[in-house]
Design a protein around this ligand. Structure first.
Ligand code: AMP
Length: 194
């Protein structure tokens, strides 16, 4: 199973990916998580990405494409993967296509989680509060000002991907405003229909 979860920050891509991981046993490939790990580890990529991420902007296509290309060759991706937060630009979408083609693989579906902007800000604030309460580090970009920039980046660079995948017959939309369980049920329905 090779899936892309598409949607703005706070739409629930991470939450749904984790549920799908436990149901289908394929890994979640979150470029955000991978980049945060690189920042934490102080690698060259992490050093280059940190300021961009803290500002809520997108890291360069070259960097993220390289990270994903390396990751999908790992043995745990042999039966598929869920791309969470990647691709985020048309150039990245073209890169995914090339990566899959080179490996003789195909994409099963792109699932877009549709959520109202107003709800997104509230979700991000909640995520920050929950992390704080659990004694976990709060993401620097999970604050209202940076969130606005992340949302602007989403509409400018990522939203066009819906048209891109619609044209390829791969796009499926689900109501991301529904409860976590209902969203999972909608995704499973899409997977059954493939
Ligand atoms: P996320 O955890 O998916 O919200 O990503 C956090 C941040 O990591 C984003 O705001 C970007 O700065 C960076 N990032 C994650 N995925 C990508 C991507 N596919 N392309 C460019 N930047 C990314």
């Amino acid at each position: 199973m090779r899936l892309i979860l598409l949607g703005p920050p706070g739409a629930g891509k991470g939450t749904q990916s984790q549920i799908l991981v436990s149901k289908f046993g394929v890994p979640q490939l979150s470029t955000g998580d991978m980049l945060r790990a690189a920042v934490e580890a102080g690698t060259d990529i992490g050093k280059r990405a940190k300021a961009v991420m803290d500002a809520g902007e997108l890291v360069s296509d070259i960097i993220v494409n390289a990270i994903v290309a390396e990751r999908i060759d790992q043995p745990d991706c042999a039966n598929g993967f869920i791309l969470d937060g990647f691709p985020r630009t048309l150039a990245q979408a073209d890169a995914v296509e090339a990566m899959l083609e080179e490996r003789g693989l195909t994409l099963d579906a792109v699932i877009e989680l549709v959520v109202d902007d107003k709800a997104l800000v509230g979700r991000i604030e909640k995520r920050a509060e929950e992390a704080k309460a659990a004694g976990k580090p709060v993401r620097k970009d999970d604050n209202p000002e940076i969130f606005e920039e992340r949302l602007r980046e989403y509409y400018k660079k990522t939203a066009p991907l819906t048209g891109y995948y619609y044209a390829k017959g791969k796009l499926h939309t689900v109501d991301g405003m529904a409860s976590i369980e209902e969203v999972t049920a909608q995704i499973e329905e899409v997977l059954r229909s493939l």
